[in-house]
Design a protein. Structure first.
Length: 418
């Protein structure tokens, strides 16, 4: 959980430094640009998810040669996708903001942020694979070191570039991009040492078409699932712009509550993922059930504590993220929704990890598509009648539906260990 909660600190630091600038358009533009970046970046989260589950199963079965091959295979794919995103940056920017209803100054800030941050896509994807592989071997401490290094770099550079040098959104984007490069370099060094003296792998095994095809098929399903998750949250930010720049800016500090608690709770998901993969590799149904029960207990209790703390101190914490009076006034009205989200959402995070650890990617994809259809109906209906309240309720419905649609497939997960 500690390792995972460091991930959203990149976005949180950006929000803090921009939230204390006098112009709300910069904060809204940062949020919009970060939302599009997340869609472009986390849509390829299958590079991590498609590494952790299969590598954990290979390690559980004692096949470390295949675990190494999975690492090299995923890194090669990460480099190809990352370079493609860099080349397509102008088209991504054009397509992303052609459907936005944000004010021109908000879009301008978002464009500057996105154009710089996408330059680090290859490094960010490599870091994603390296962390996923370390999780597969249940070496969460090493993954923690990589992510701590990334985020400390980002925090220091954010303060220097934005506050010290006055670079605005460009400084926030540059700090995040450089931080991913630093994380990738440190990750390569840690994994290289973790591989030990036997770093060899048969390249015929890495490039074996049957294994490559299996990774691509699994990646396709996880890609669809992730597009729905990140795209759904991007639509949430898009819709907020219908209510004006201050309303869109007010989403950002509350969105950081959502993101930080989500990643913290997703730490339990990432913990149970290799445990489930290991249990399935050993065909141990009892171990699978015990892993699931432990995750539900720990995740549920932690979610309740987080919601309680945010209900008590959420309004005070908003001052950390912004000092713009108009933005603060709106955000305080809706803090209760962000505070309740951990309790609503924790179950989908945990079930996601279990199903992905079992490599049941088709079940994850289908469950997400069902939840997405219902979410879109709510998203484009409630805000028209209930304003920002309807928008936040729609997000809560989305997170709840993600858990419910997976829960209906529980028996399929248990059968995978037989």
């Amino acid at each position: 959980m500690l390792s995972n909660v460091t991930v959203p600190l990149v976005g949180a630091t950006d929000t803090i430094v921009m939230g204390h600038q006098p112009d709300a358009a910069l904060l809204a533009g940062l949020g919009l640009g970060a939302g599009v970046f997340n869609l472009a970046f986390f849509s390829f989260n299958f590079l991590r998810m498609g590494t952790t589950g299969p590598a954990a199963q290979a390690a559980g079965a004692g096949n470390m040669a295949e675990a190494r091959a999975i690492l090299y295979r995923a890194l090669g794919l990460a480099m190809l996708i990352g370079m493609a995103l860099v080349a397509l940056t102008p088209l991504i920017v054009l397509g992303a903001f052609s459907v936005s209803e944000a004010a021109p100054d908000v879009e301008a800030a978002a464009t500057r942020y996105l154009s710089i941050r996408l330059l680090a896509a290859p490094a960010a994807f490599a870091e994603m694979v390296l962390v996923g592989w370390l999780w597969a071997l249940q070496d969460t401490r090493s993954a923690f070191y990589i992510q701590i290094a990334t985020n400390l770099t980002n925090i220091v550079l954010d303060v220097w570039f934005v506050i010290g040098l006055g670079w605005g959104v460009e400084g926030a984007a540059a700090a995040s991009a450089i931080a991913h490069v630093v994380g990738a370099i440190i990750g390569c060094a840690i994994v290289w040492r973790r591989l030990g003296p036997d770093k060899r792998v048969a390249w015929a095994q890495v490039a074996d078409w049957a294994r490559v095809r299996r990774m691509l098929v699994m990646s396709r399903d996880i890609f669809i699932r992730t597009i729905c998750v990140v795209g759904g949250l991007l639509l949430f930010r898009y819709e907020a712009n219908r209510f004006g720049t201050d309303a869109a800016a007010s989403i950002e500090p509350l969105y950081q509550f959502l993101t930080i608690t989500a990643y913290a709770l997703d730490g339990f998901s990432h913990s149970v993922e290799p445990m489930v993969g290991d249990a399935i590799g050993k065909k141990d149904r009892r171990a699978l059930r015990e892993s699931a029960i432990a995750a539900f207990q720990a995740g549920g209790i932690t979610a309740a504590i987080m919601s309680g703390l945010l209900l008590l101190f959420g309004e005070d914490l908003l001052l950390l993220f912004t000092s713009i009076p108009e933005v603060l006034a709106i955000a305080r009205e809706y803090v209760v929704y962000a505070a309740l989200l951990p309790i609503v959402a924790v179950w989908c995070y945990l079930l996601d990890g279990m199903f992905l650890g079992a490599a049941l990617n088709i079940a994850v994809r289908n469950a997400m598509l069902q939840a997405m259809v219902l979410y879109l109906i709510v998203l484009f209906t409630l805000p028209r009648h209930f304003g920002l309240d309807g928008l936040w309720i729609a997000v809560m419905v989305f997170m709840g539906l993600r858990g419910v649609t997976l829960a209906f497939r529980w028996n399929r997960l248990l059968r995978s260990a037989d």
